[in-house]
Design a protein around this ligand. Structure first.
Ligand SMILES: *[C@@H]1O[C@H](CO)[C@@H](O)[C@H](O)[C@H]1NC(C)=O
Ligand SMILES: *[C@@H]1O[C@H](CO)[C@@H](O)[C@H](O)[C@H]1NC(C)=O
Ligand SMILES: *[C@@H]1O[C@H](CO)[C@@H](O)[C@H](O)[C@H]1NC(C)=O
Ligand SMILES: *[C@@H]1O[C@H](CO)[C@@H](O)[C@H](O)[C@H]1NC(C)=O
Ligand SMILES: *[C@@H]1O[C@H](CO)[C@@H](O)[C@H](O)[C@H]1NC(C)=O
Ligand SMILES: *[C@@H]1O[C@H](CO)[C@@H](O)[C@H](O)[C@H]1NC(C)=O
Ligand SMILES: *[C@@H]1O[C@H](CO)[C@@H](O)[C@H](O)[C@H]1NC(C)=O
Length: 435
């Protein structure tokens, strides 16, 4: 049985995050009835063999989206942009403009030198975020606003605004303060207060807190259940390098040093096998499977040298181990869209038969039940529902600027999810608080 359809369909279905074709200036929510172009160009920005699917596809997004929040993009012009609730000042979030000089550029520029983090600076499980902070593309203390995270991803990695905003939104609804507009890219911080009324407990977790977005089978971190899930672990990362040594393409740095899809598939299989065996409480639900394959795809889509489109062993080493931009590295020549990344993650998903699931008490991997229709239409759609079910329901019960920000963030996530054909239903936050 193939609940998520054929491999070819997956290539389209998996493009959860938004395509390039959408003009940044037009709020996605106002374009509900318009066709969405799922951009599939530049599949393998490396030298892997790419499945020769059509160059672009049109899918109708005539979503029965009536249940979605009456979201807009938090217009920059009207209404107050700050508000006090429970002694805390809230700040209205806005979607930054797509950066204008979104071309090939050597990164870092002179304004963004590497400075190692100090003892009070937050760093976490996401190497890309740590690199952006180490170079000041986001605040060096590791505490950022929605706009800062999104703009940092655009400037440092040339990620297209909707792709960047989708990732910011995921992190903010799960582990940020969506009212104060602050998130820690690491652990808890006094600079990120709890939500008004402590509705999600008396602290705000930060990206490193496991359970909602952060999860098992990471490329370079230990499962939270087994130890430190925040810091780079060379021995775990070496497993990936072993796969590169077996499956990588040849390049200027040597044979088997250039990342391709085969390498990524082997990596994901290896990481799953290791952690499923080692971690009695191993969990790989739909949201985590979707995120894990998406993050692995970053290696080719986001970390590649923009002049060659190749991700090499030294490039991986710089990003993961040193948490710095590699020497003489160029960001992508054209903005990287969610579709670009999804083209790669869909190939990973198609090559691995494992279904979302988790270990039982005996340490045996058991598949999760399939989600109800229409969320069973694709892995991205299943992941979208699963993520909403891990987002505190109480966020729905907020008011004023807090509610506006929640609607803004969940609206971004739904807009991304419904790019996948059949993923037509808004999933409100419906998970437990204070976990
Ligand atoms: C989703 O579930 C519905 C209802 O059980 C079923 O009819 C449909 O075939 C399923 N879709 C997929 C893609 O499995
Ligand atoms: C790299 O990818 C970009 C975007 O797809 C493309 O325009 C460019 O020609 C590629 N460059 C090389 C050297 O392959
Ligand atoms: C937060 O709540 C926990 C119990 O849930 C308690 O142990 C802790 O002292 C509280 N911390 C603060 C700063 O209120
Ligand atoms: C790379 O592989 C080719 C054969 O595929 C071999 O001729 C060459 O010596 C190898 N290069 C290195 C640096 O090992
Ligand atoms: C990583 O850091 C080490 C120690 O500072 C340095 O020797 C090495 O050149 C760096 N490598 C990369 C790829 O940045
Ligand atoms: C990126 O590609 C350019 C052009 O080939 C090259 O000079 C540079 O060294 C490469 N950078 C890295 C980090 O591989
Ligand atoms: C949201 O508010 C409604 C109405 O007051 C209440 O019934 C519901 O339990 C609240 N939900 C949460 C998750 O707090």
């Amino acid at each position: 049985m193939r609940p998520f359809g054929s491999a070819k369909a997956l290539a389209v279905l998996l493009s959860i995050l938004l395509p390039a074709a959408r003009p940044a200036a037009i709020p996605s929510f106002h374009r509900r009835s318009m066709p969405v172009i799922v951009d599939e160009r530049s599949s393998a920005r490396g030298s892997s063999s790419s499945s020769s699917s059509s160059s672009s596809r049109t899918s109708s997004a005539s979503a029965s989206a009536s249940a979605s929040p009456s979201a807009n993009s938090n217009p920059k012009s009207s209404g107050p942009t700050t508000e006090v609730q429970g002694g805390l000042t809230g700040v209205l979030m806005t979607l930054p403009d797509q950066i204008e000089d979104a071309g090939l550029k050597r990164i870092p520029d002179d304004q963004h030198p590497f400075i190692a983090p100090g003892p009070d600076d937050q760093r976490g499980p996401c190497p890309a975020m740590n690199v952006l902070a180490n170079h000041g593309y986001i605040p060096r203390n590791g505490i950022a606003t929605f706009e800062e995270l999104t703009t940092g991803m655009m400037e440092g990695f040339n990620m297209e605004v909707h792709f960047a905003a989708g990732l910011s939104a995921l992190n903010f609804v799960s582990r940020g303060n969506a009212f104060a507009n602050k998130i820690s890219i690491g652990g808890e911080s006094i600079l990120v207060p709890p939500l008004p009324g402590n509705i999600d407990g008396n602290v705000t977790g930060g990206i490193a807190k496991t359970g909602r977005f952060e999860g098992d089978a990471s490329m370079s971190r230990i499962d939270a259940n087994l130890g430190d899930n925040k810091n780079f672990v060379q021995s775990k990362f070496n497993l990936n390098l072993l796969q590169l040594g077996k499956f990588g393409d040849d390049g200027p740095d040597g044979n088997n040093t250039v990342v391709n899809v085969k390498t990524l598939v082997a990596m994901e299989k290896t990481l799953f096998e290791l952690d499923q065996k080692q971690n009695p409480k191993f969990e790989f639900p739909a949201r985590r499977m979707f995120a894990a394959y998406g993050q692995t795809a970053f290696l080719m889509a986001v970390f590649a040298n923009g002049t060659t489109n190749a991700t090499t062993l030294p490039i991986l080493d710089a990003f993961f181990r040193n948490e710095t931009f590699p020497e003489n590295w160029f960001r992508a020549a054209v903005p990287i869209t969610g579709g670009t990344n999804a083209k790669i993650s869909s190939q990973i998903a198609a090559a691995i038969p494992t279904k979302p699931g988790r270990n039982n008490e005996k340490g045996e991997y058991v598949e999760d039940p399939e989600p109800p229709a229409p969320f069973n239409s694709s892995l991205p759609c299943a992941g979208y529902l699963d993520q909403a079910k891990s987002t505190p329901a109480v966020l729905q019960n907020t008011t004023g600027i807090f509610k506006k920000n929640v609607d803004f963030l969940t609206g971004i996530l739904f807009a991304a999810a419904k790019v996948n054909p059949g993923c037509t239903q808004f999933a409100p936050p419906s998970g437990p608080a204070n976990v």
